[in-house]
Design a protein around this ligand. Structure first.
Ligand SMILES: Cc1cc2nc3c(=O)[nH]c(=O)nc-3n(C[C@H](O)[C@H](O)[C@H](O)COP(=O)(O)O)c2cc1C
Length: 173
């Protein structure tokens, strides 16, 4: 069994990133379990909270990554870069310095935008940062015009090219 933990960098109720993550089991190979981790209780990074004061949500976050075989970051592009939620997640997982659980993991990145950019800028930044931590990026899927590539309701990708890219990235784990 291969276990992936998945993070959406958007808590928006109709988030495309969350909806794409919810669609992933459709494209996963047999024997793969993908668990979406809810980031809404994770506070902003504050070094004062390290140690005994570490919030339960952060303990759970770090444990989920430590126990997973791989990670999926679904990362919205905000002003050409990370959403605060994505960056906050990476910051928590990178600490304590040198002991962070975000290392030597297989990582898939998904960035989608309604506009024409397709999230390529944030995708490139995350790919570079994952390499910095010694992780291996198995796939970086980007898509523009995402509102035309998903069903209006539900978590269904209707665009076959995007679906094939998601399937290939999951197979690469
Ligand atoms: C603060 C902010 C900045 C944004 N900046 C960009 C951007 O630089 N490039 C882009 O293509 N879309 C940008 N967008 C649009 C997002 O791609 C779009 O809102 C997307 O649906 C967000 O992901 P979500 O649906 O998972 O919430 C921005 C949106 C917000 C709220």
């Amino acid at each position: 069994m291969t276990t992936l933990v998945a993070f959406s960098g958007s808590t928006r109720s109709a988030s495309f990133h969350t909806r794409v993550l919810n669609s992933l089991p459709t494209y996963a190979p047999a024997g793969m379990n993908i668990a979406l981790f809810d980031l809404s209780d994770v506070p902003f990074y504050n070094q004062d909270l390290e140690g005994e004061a570490l919030p339960e949500s952060v303990v759970a976050l770090r444990a989920a990554v430590a126990e997973a075989d791989g990670i999926v970051f679904a990362a919205p592009e905000y002003n050409g870069s990370y959403s605060a939620l994505t960056k906050n997640t990476i910051d928590w997982l990178s600490r304590p310095m040198g002991q962070g659980v975000l290392r030597e993991k297989k990582v898939m990145v998904v960035s989608v935008t309604p506009g024409p950019g397709g999230g390529k800028r944030v995708s490139e930044q995350i790919v570079a940062l994952m390499g910095f931590f010694g992780n291996t990026v198995v796939g970086a899927v980007t898509a523009s015009g995402i509102h035309e590539k998903m069903a209006a309701d539900g978590d269904v990708v209707t665009d076959t090219e995007l679906a094939d890219q998601l399937r290939a990235a999951l197979a690469a784990f």
